[in-house]
Design a protein around this ligand. Structure first.
Ligand code: PLP
Length: 442
């Protein structure tokens, strides 16, 4: 195809090498519902297993529907290769397990999705991988925590509840001094931010959110930027520099570039070691669903951002709202980061603090008519949740505040409905919750 593929709208539809199905000429990517693939000969089979030739072996490790999605996601991110997996949680877990083993540590931002915190703090520690936390307000906090067992830095581009954009280049520059790769979770900001352009080495996604975009499919992805040399410092990255007994002594940092001619050791190791052994594959039916979402992600993100900005304008003037949390509401360094890294828009997540506290938060959620009350983000529908009575209800008030959730905090995820209808629903819910809160306290 001759079209220049630099524009995300075009990449989302044409990115990768899928043009039409080679046998049927079908234009839409077919769902290849097969577990296995016929080998041409015993030599062909042996070459595939030895990675001398790349091709399909078994759907736990690769599938043509997933492959079309993977190549398109890699193109959209500006990366070299991608691996899709069964969920965003798997993507985060694989990203760490691909670089760290028992006795190693990684340094993660404190501003993280709760599921990632529980994976890092509880499950990875049981596997012997220590996760050290650094407040990204000052990127130097990452440097302070480095030691010779540090294998990666980890951050989230647009983490809630604070929506303080992560200092991607600042932390990546520190990492590159020590040959430590930065892994970025870009779930909340596809198209809006391309972390690889700012020095991240790997991007992970929960595809469940904006890439799928319609609240119908759970999936995850790891995108290998191809911009990190895994062999410069063998002691820093042992998993890429020591022979892997599980794969005929392959030294991933060397073997993969030799075989493929590309710096895709991270993606290949994640596929042929972790996906092979842990088996958390994305079903091809789900890959198909995610491709349908991906094709419109750039357009949807524009509309999500445009609606969210109008909601922010409305809420900042509202009497019942004491604070609106949105990337463009920050001043100083945090505000500068939003401008620098969210070049495509400020996203769809909006946090509000209600003057009436916990009671107002509860009543507001109950009064919403069009917004859905769900623990999800990245749907075409507008969504809302009151963390103090749901996701964070096990925390005491002190812990709540430490996690950035005040009792009256409500997270909104602005959808694609007409802006007038979104604002009308918010307006009626704010007015009802204020009346009912007054009644409850008087
Ligand atoms: N990362 C972020 C930022 C998320 O918001 C989520 C889920 O909410 C995940 C990862 C985990 O994704 P999944 O639910 O697809 O496992």
């Amino acid at each position: 195809m001759s079209t220049k593929r630099e524009n995300p709208e075009t990449i989302a539809i044409h990115g990768g090498d899928y043009r039409s199905d080679p046998t049927t000429k079908a234009v839409a990517v077919p769902i290849y519902r097969t577990t296995s693939y016929q080998f041409d000969s015993t030599e062909h089979a042996a070459n595939l297993f030895a990675l001398k030739e790349f091709g399909n072996i078994y759907t736990r490790i690769m599938n043509p529907t997933n492959d079309a999605l993977e190549k398109r996601l890699a193109a959209l991110e500006g990366g070299l290769a991608c691996l899709t997996v069964s969920s965003g949680q798997t993507a985060s877990a694989f990203a760490i397990l691909n670089v760290a083993k028992a006795g190693d540590n990684i340094i993660s931002s404190t501003d993280l999705y709760g599921g990632t915190v529980s994976l890092f703090t509880h499950t990875l520690s049981k596997l012997g991988i220590e996760v050290r936390y650094a407040d990204p307000a000052d990127p130097k906090n990452f440097e302070k925590a480095v030691d010779d067992k540090t294998r990666a830095f980890y951050g989230e581009t647009l983490p809630n509840p604070y929506l303080r954009v992560f200092p991607i280049k600042e932390v990546s520059d520190i990492g590159r001094k020590y040959n430590i790769p930065l892994i970025m979770d870009n779930t909340a900001a596809p198209v809006l931010c391309k972390p690889l352009e700012h020095g991240a080495a790997v991007v992970v996604y929960s595809l469940t959110k904006y890439i799928g975009g319609h609240g119908t499919v759970v999936g995850g992805a790891l995108v290998d930027g191809g911009n990190f040399d895994w062999t410069t410092d063998p002691k820093r990255q042992p998993l890429f520099n020591e022979p892997d007994a599980s794969y005929g002594g392959a030294i991933w940092g060397k073997t993969v570039p030799e075989l493929t001619g590309a710096n895709v050791a991270f993606a290949v190791r994640a596929r042929v070691v972790l996906l092979r052994d842990l088996g958390a594959a994305l079903a091809p039916d789900n890959a198909f669903g995610l491709i349908q979402g991906l094709e419109t992600v750039a357009l949807r993100m524009k509309q999500h951002c445009s609606n969210a900005e109008k909601v922010v304008n409305f809420l900042t003037k509202h009497n019942e709202v004491s604070r609106v949390i949105y990337p463009n509401q920050y001043k100083g360094e945090i505000g500068n980061r939003a401008k620098k890294y969210l070049s495509g828009g400020n996203g769809a997540l909006v946090g509000i603090e209600l003057k009436g506290g916990i009671e107002a938060g509860k009543k507001f959620i109950e009064a919403l008519k069009m917004f859905y009350h769900v623990a999800n983000i990245g749907d075409a529908r507008s969504l809302a949740i009151h963390p103090a009575t749901t996701t964070h209800s096990q925390l005491n008030e002190e812990e709540l505040l430490a996690s950035g959730v005040t009792p009256g905090y409500v997270r909104l995820c602005i959808g694609l409905e007409h802006i007038d209808d979104i604002i009308e629903d918010l307006e009626q819910a704010l007015s009802r919750s204020s009346k009912e809160t007054l009644k409850a306290v008087s």
